[in-house]
Design a protein around this ligand. Structure first.
Ligand code: UN1
Length: 514
């Protein structure tokens, strides 16, 4: 069942401009193409929305300078007062919920409900960060010496460089920015060159929130551009923390460069998330979770379910239900009511999907459903595709790598040990799930020798995490943690303080001297 008509690029351009204006982006900010500038496109048609100026090297330099200057002021503002800025930002995001969601749909191709969810994720993290602004707790430790107090304080860190990806064009920015601002840091943001418009809208709202709450304008700077723009941030010694979301390839380049200057690094790289479905699983519940996690967002979340590891005894029944559910997925215009799967971000993404499907078949994989392009005549420059399920004889190379498209590989197992070995036998370690009604199996999955991922779930899919937990993963996923729990600590520096309030000077470890 395929949406028959697609919107026209001209209409999308007009709608995007209206939404941008409503968010306070001045018309001069778009259609300012100049040499080496960016092109904002919409994956709905593959058409061009407008040209945008990319930041020059001097502009990036100036942005970091302004953020560094603002930091000197901002770090001294009491944390609860910093929370006022984040609170105002959350209010503005709420007021512009519809504007932002439509921009996310037009630019990233998300269906309306998921685009609204992305905006909600921004509002949620603002709430979290406002509360956090009164809870940046350090601890007091027992000193081994009489008349001494041993404690730790958390201080603002500096300028945070945020590099974000197209697939969560604004939520991941907000995780970093809301927390960083509450922590007393300032932010320079380099969004994906595939989603510059949504970033203009968010930056305008934050500028307004800063003005409304008397925060220095330099608490946030947006720098649009491609790879070189990101490199300037990565190499700038004034950027204390580089928080980068994207591919493993990007992380491999960013990591050593930041490490070489002893900068701090927070990496959110690829995932190759799996769900184990055991023989006791509630299959109907599992199917709903699987389909949302594997086909939702057209398979373009870092938490997307990419591997299904099913017990032999239930594989037949489960796959029948999954294939049936995939048949109900409406692929098409993400602005249209009833669409569940929008376009891939680009034709290059569909080519990568085709290559992976060919490789899987060469390895003996059998496509159970999907993989076909749709709406190609209507929009030859767009990349609509039916999500695919492929049964694999083994966890071959193509299964072990992340293809950013809706392909779900299915493997079967006999013992839970076997399932865990398959589960952990990939280079990435972001998100994971087990579907079971057996408590022993569930606990085993969550134990030290169970799932090796940063996120491990029971009877719920791999994607769609709440903001309250720490988000991130191990191995090639990069080890970073963002969003909730105590992820804020990455955005602050810890000072250990020993105070001697006695009139003698005992040395630690019983050392005697002088
Ligand atoms: C991402 O895909 O980069 O857990 C982030 C989720 C979302 C965030 C995904 N809350 O799927």
């Amino acid at each position: 069942d395929i949406g028959s008509s697609l919107p026209r690029t001209e209409d999308l351009r007009r709608r995007a401009q209206e939404r941008l204006s409503a968010c306070g982006v001045r018309p001069g900010a778009w259609d300012g193409a100049r040499d080496g500038g960016l092109t904002a496109r919409t994956p709905l048609t593959g058409g061009t929305l407008c040209g945008l100026p990319a930041a020059s090297p001097q502009e990036v330099e100036a942005a970091v300078g302004e953020a560094a200057e603002a930091f000197a002021v901002w770090r001294m503002r009491p944390a609860p007062a910093r929370g006022a800025l984040v609170k105002r930002l959350g209010e503005l995001l709420g007021e512009h919920r519809e504007d932002l969601a439509e921009l996310v749909t037009i630019e990233a191709g998300k269906i309306r409900s998921e685009a609204l969810g992305e905006v909600q994720e921004m509002i949620d993290i603002c709430d979290f960060a406002v509360g956090l602004s009164r809870q940046l707790y350090g601890r007091t430790m027992a000193s081994e010496r009489p008349g001494h107090r041993l404690s730790e304080s958390w201080h603002p860190l500096g300028v945070v460089g945020v590099i974000s990806a197209f697939n969560f064009p604004v939520a991941v920015w907000s995780w970093n920015t809301a927390i960083a601002l509450a922590c007393g840091d300032t932010v320079v943001w380099k969004p994906s060159e595939q989603t510059p418009l949504t970033s203009l809208a968010c930056a305008a709202l934050l500028t307004r929130a800063a003005a409304d709450t008397d925060a220095p304008a330099g608490v946030h700077r947006l720098v649009l551009g491609g790879r070189e723009t990101g490199e300037r941030l990565v190499d700038d010694a004034r950027v204390a923390l580089v928080s980068a979301t994207g591919s493993v390839r990007m992380g491999r380049e960013v990591g050593p460069r930041v490490a070489a200057r002893f900068g701090r690094l927070l990496l959110e790289l690829g995932g190759n998330n799996a769900a184990v479905v055991t023989s006791s699983a509630d299959l109907d519940l599992a199917v709903r979770a699987i389909v949302f996690s594997a086909a939702g967002t057209a398979g373009q979340r870092c938490t997307t379910l990419r591997r299904l590891i099913v017990h032999e005894d239930v594989a037949g029944a489960l796959l029948e239900k999954v294939v049936h559910a995939y048949g109900q997925l409406r692929v098409g215009d993400p602005l249209a009511e009833g669409t569940l799967v929008g376009p891939l971000i680009s034709c290059a993404a569909r080519e990568a999907m085709d290559e992976a499907l060919a490789a899987a078949q060469a390895d003996g994989g059998k496509v159970l459903t999907g993989g076909e392009p749709v709406l190609q005549t209507e929009a030859p420059q767009a990349a609509y595709v039916r999500p695919a399920v492929v049964r694999m004889p083994a966890q071959t190379a193509v299964v072990r790598r992340e293809t950013f498209a809706p392909i779900l590989y299915v493997l079967t197992y006999r013992t839970l040990d076997e399932a865990l070995a398959l589960h952990n036998g990939v280079p990435q370690g972001l998100s994971s799930s087990i579907f079971t009604r057996d408590q022993r199996e569930a606990e085993r999955f969550l134990a030290a020798d169970g799932s090796d991922c940063g996120i491990a779930n029971v009877n719920i899919g791999t994607s769609g995490a709440e903001i309250g937990g720490a988000f991130g993963g191990e191995k090639e996923t990069g080890g970073g943690r963002e969003s909730g729990s105590d992820a804020w600590r990455a955005y602050m520096r810890r000072a250990t303080n020993t105070v001697n309030y006695s009139d003698s000077l005992p040395l630690a470890q019983g050392v005697s001297f002088l």
